[in-house]
Design a protein around this ligand. Structure first.
Ligand SMILES: [Zn+2]
Length: 92
């Protein structure tokens, strides 16, 4: 089995390469891989795009990608603050 550890191209989480997923149509590069959580969004976009003209896909993909990346950054900040707070009150 392939035991390579790689990084999700959307949320930057580390994952085993064998559990990574194809990010099309959200990301265009066929070399990119995404984690299982981000893949749920990729799958939702594939379903959504069945009813949206092809010429609009790239623009919509960019918006969704930016929302996902910004939300991941907010989530990381929130969790960091949460763990710092927990450490503070446990030290008292
Ligand atoms: Zn991810």
């Amino acid at each position: 089995m392939n035991n390579n550890v790689i990084e999700c191209k959307i949320c930057n989480e580390k994952m085993m390469e064998f559990e990574s997923n194809n990010p099309q149509p959200l990301l265009e590069d066929f070399g990119d891989r995404v984690c299982r959580d981000c893949n749920d969004y990729v799958t939702a976009v594939r379903i959504l795009f069945r009813n949206i003209p092809y010429e609009d896909h790239k623009h919509i993909s960019n918006i969704i990608l930016n929302v996902m990346k910004m939300a991941n950054s907010l989530k990381r900040s929130r969790l960091d603050a949460h763990y710092m707070y927990k450490e503070l009150i446990e030290d008292e």
